[in-house]
Design a protein around this ligand. Structure first.
Ligand code: UTP
Length: 295
């Protein structure tokens, strides 16, 4: 079955980026000249998604505005002969159909996804975190859709290998591999932010999922979990008892742009990966290495 919709929760407070996030949504903080959310929505579009559903909160209007047309700016650019810039912003305004729903209280990621239930309706959908970017030749959501279709439209969680000492930062999965390449496992359990000593594996999700609509039934009944929040992980565990859930080790490089270190890492690497900025960044790095005697 075709996956047409992606839910992108962006209602969080972004406390790790304060004070910037006092006024600017974290997802609008740019990496070079594109806001984080641009990369995430691009992944959805390249995966065949037709409608993006943002789960937002107060102060997040800039995200919806970014994907809308801005006729004042377009007029200004026309009058000033800035045709390249005009085409660029018109293109963003036409990228994808955008809808939004409010999460009035930030009660956790599970609660945020549940807020999108009425818009999603009774069909499978993707969930993509708005502050995690994965880059590679094959968009992650597309990889997960392929796995889902291979296993009779099952639920699929995108996972990656993480440092075993850092499992406490993620949802970590347990299961048995079902393919000969050891890329796809039938998931039996998922633990939210386990300490390394009790982590069931070092395969963790950076927030890429394909769900059947039954996830909403699970989200409605879970109690508050880790951190006093409604955890998506708890609903996935409930779902795994009644329905097949697979975890797939995706291909691609992941950047956790929701924290300062990951953000800096993405900024430097994206600049090096982009032909327009590569030379600039190489020069800057070279100068800094000499100036600060970095070894
Ligand atoms: P984070 O854990 O990164 O939370 O949420 P946050 O509020 O964005 O950032 P910090 O930790 O305070 O710095 C992961 C994703 O889930 C969304 C966030 O917007 C982010 O994209 N989220 C989280 C919601 O939409 N609602 C919630 O209640 C919690």
């Amino acid at each position: 079955m075709k996956i047409r919709r992606a839910v992108i929760p962006v209602a969080g407070k972004g406390t790790r980026f304060l004070p910037a996030t006092k006024q600017v949504p974290k997802e609008m903080i740019p990496i070079i000249n594109l806001p984080m959310i641009h990369y995430v929505v691009e992944e959805a579009i390249l995966s065949g998604i037709e409608q993006v559903i943002f789960v937002t909160s107060s102060g997040k209007n800039a995200i919806e505005d970014y994907f809308d047309r801005n006729f004042d700016l377009e007029d200004f650019l026309i009058k000033n002969g800035k045709i390249k810039e005009l085409e660029m912003i018109q293109q963003i305004g036409k990228m994808v159909e955008v809808t939004s729903v409010r999460q009035k209280e930030q009660l956790g990621l599970g609660h945020a996804v549940l807020c999108a239930k009425d818009i999603v309706g009774n069909e499978p959908f993707a969930v993509i975190l708005g502050d995690e970017i994965v880059r590679g030749p094959n968009p992650v959501i597309k990889q997960l859709i392929n796995v889902s279709q291979q296993y009779n439209n099952a639920n699929v969680i995108g996972v990656m290998e993480v440092d075993p000492l850092e499992t406490y930062k993620y949802g970590v999965v347990k299961g048995e591999f079902v393919d000969k390449n050891n890329k796809t496992m039938r998931m039996t359990d998922m633990v939210e932010k386990p300490l390394p000593a009790v982590a069931p594996s070092n395969l963790a999700t950076p927030g890429r999922y394909i769900f059947r609509p039954e996830i909403f039934d699970a989200l409605k009944v879970i109690p508050k979990g880790v951190g006093g929040e409604y955890q998506l992980t708890d609903a996935i565990n409930l779902l795994a008892r009644e329905s097949e859930v697979y975890a797939h080790v995706f291909e691609g490089q992941r950047f956790d742009t929701g924290n300062i270190e990951g953000y800096l890492n993405a900024t430097v690497e994206f600049a090096l990966m982009n032909k327009d900025s590569e030379e600039m960044m190489r020069k800057i790095i070279k100068e800094k290495v000499e100036k600060y005697k970095i070894k």
